[in-house]
Design a protein around this ligand. Structure first.
Ligand code: MSP
Length: 527
């Protein structure tokens, strides 16, 4: 068992509704959280929304509402989407929450008092999309922001600056000494390169230009600019106090085990955030997991292309009663840290093949045979003196628990799912090879019962392993197997099935119905 596990997602901007890319990150994080909930009793999952800044101010103005009204409306859309996707967090922080704003002001003051923040007149290329000044060398040949393909504005202001350069060497050293600090490791070099020509960063904006931000306590002309505000959510949410009165919860949970973020904001998390933490004398995160981006039909999502997919529209259009299939599909759409893709056709094929045909059918036909041949009863002799092949399948299944845990230690969510599906395939093969229907015909009833009991044992373990991805399907599987789905991974054994009546005919039902093929291609609803 692990002492504690604290994990966070990026907090989303609220100038629009959530799309499938935001959903990808929250689903991945929820899957990691549910996996670790079976490895620790002390888990905390934080998500939320990032609500200050010029983009929100402008969007609100264009809609004729106040920034706060826009934030309230859109923040709720994110909460509703996560609820529909069964993303179960412990706190949903909003950067407009009063406790957050107050602590951010104190953090800023502490950094200023320490001399880590100083005032300076500055002129530079400011990208509104990134909400930051860009280094001219990072612009495209046409002078555009490479991420937003828009020309940055020239902004001249007197701002507060954070002495990022003071922390450069310490961060490079940390990255080199902790090869698993940045996941996947191939991104660490990118960060080291960015660190080479890092400059101090602007951490405030004049109130005249950006009114929608947190006020600086002793300088009312300035407001705290997004990244110090946004990144601090990871500690304010737990009750961090820069004056030394941090909550018990903060002391128990910090440092964070993993920040799950998209690859586009790795620089902020692997450079800016560690520097702020070092300045506050706080320990650094254990891991920063930068996932890839999701495209739609291999095309980048964009409002102008009209291909932005809302996660809840997928559930509605495929008439899914639970989000499990969508969660499974998204989580397995890309290897660790690589880009993934969503397509209706692929979604349908994959979830039908894996969840309905392989996993669901296996449980259904095994239980049906148990009812047909044994009136749903497990007899004592089914659980002893099993064949070598049966023992070997059970051993491999237990080994898979460790393999899956190891994949999760490295945030290899797709890779872990592949291991689970290969056990499903092995169990299917075991049934085909041993043909319990033939054994029954030949009246070899003990052998027939042993084959079925073996598969049902394996299905219990599979329900535990698939639970983080498909919580509803897993609970339904466990119910039909009279298995406790809250069994911790350390406590999983090979004796999950008990002697006696396991199930009656009327209680057997499919755990996942095939996605109707005619419903495909209707999911491109605009957000
Ligand atoms: N507010 C900042 C994050 C601050 S964290 C202290 C932000 N917000 S965002 O709304 O633009 O993005 C939120 C998260 O969604 C980021 O991790 C980003 O990488 C992720 N994604 C946004 N579009 C995405 C895809 N198309 N695919 C996968 N993830 C994507 O950045």
């Amino acid at each position: 068992m692990i002492d504690k596990y604290y994990l966070t997602t990026a907090i989303d901007y609220v100038n629009g509704a959530p799309h499938i890319g935001h959903a990808y990150e929250k689903i991945l994080t929820d899957i990691i959280a549910r996996h670790y909930s079976l490895r620790t009793d002390n888990l905390f999952f934080l998500t939320g929304t990032d609500e200050h800044g010029i983009k929100i101010q402008k969007t609100a103005a264009s809609q004729g509402i106040t920034p706060k009204e826009l934030c309230d409306m859109n923040s709720q859309k994110f909460k509703d989407a996560w609820s529909a996707l069964d993303v179960k967090y412990n706190r949903f922080i909003r950067t407009t929450d009063e406790d957050h704003e107050k602590i951010v002001q104190k953090i800023f003051q502490k950094l200023k008092d320490k001399g880590a923040i100083y005032k300076h007149e500055y002129e530079g290329w400011y990208c509104q999309g990134c909400e930051c000044f860009l280094n001219p060398k990072d612009l495209t040949e046409d002078g555009l922001c490479p991420d937003h393909m828009k020309k940055p504005d020239i902004v001249k202001e007197e701002n507060y600056f954070f002495k990022l350069t003071d922390y450069k060497d310490a961060i490079i050293k940390h990255i080199k000494e902790h090869p698993d600090f940045i996941v996947p490791s191939f991104r660490a070099n990118e960060v080291i390169n960015q660190l080479e020509d890092i400059q101090d960063i602007s951490v405030s904006r004049s109130k005249e230009n950006v009114g929608w931000g947190i006020d600086i306590l002793d300088d009312p002309e300035q407001s705290i600019y997004v990244w110090i505000d946004a990144l601090s959510n990871y500690i304010t949410a737990l009750g961090y106090d820069p004056d030394g009165n941090s909550s018990e919860q903060f002391k128990k949970l910090w440092p964070v085990d993993v920040h799950v973020i998209g690859k586009d904001i790795l620089k902020f998390h692997a450079i800016y955030w560690p520097a702020i933490l070092l300045a506050l004398d706080l320990p650094l995160p254990k891991h920063i997991f930068a996932h890839g981006w999701i495209t739609i039909d291999e095309t980048k999502m964009s409002k102008s292309l009209g291909n932005v997919v809302s996660p809840t529209s997928v559930l509605e259009n495929f008439e899914l009663s639970t989000p499990d299939a969508f969660r499974y599909y998204m989580a397995t759409s890309a290897p660790c840290g690589r880009d993934g893709n969503y397509s209706d056709q692929d979604f349908k094929e994959k979830v039908n093949a894996h969840l309905a045909n392989s996993m669901g059918n296996l449980l259904n036909r095994s239980l049906s045979m148990l009812v047909k041949y044994f009136d749903g009863e497990i007899k004592e002799e089914f659980l002893t003196n099993r064949s070598k092949e049966a023992e070997s399948l059970i051993k491999t299944t237990l080994g898979t628990v460790k393999i899956v845990e190891n994949h999760f230690n490295h945030f290899e969510i797709q890779e872990a799912a592949q291991e689970i599906i290969s056990i499903v395939d092995a169990a299917n093969k075991f049934v085909t090879d041993n043909a319990p229907w033939t054994l029954a015909k030949e009246e070899k009833m003990t052998e027939c019962g042993q084959v079925l009991a073996t598969v049902l044992e394996v299905m219990c373990v599979i329900s535990s392993l698939i639970y983080p991805y498909c919580p509803n399907i897993a609970q339904d599987m466990a119910k039909q197997l009279s298995y406790d789905i809250s069994t911790k991974y350390d406590d999983i054994t090979t004796s999950n099935i008990k002697v006696g009546k396991l199930i009656s005919k009327e209680d057997i039902h499919p755990v996942f119905l095939r996605v109707d093929s005619e419903l495909a291609d209707k999911t491109k609803a605009k957000v």
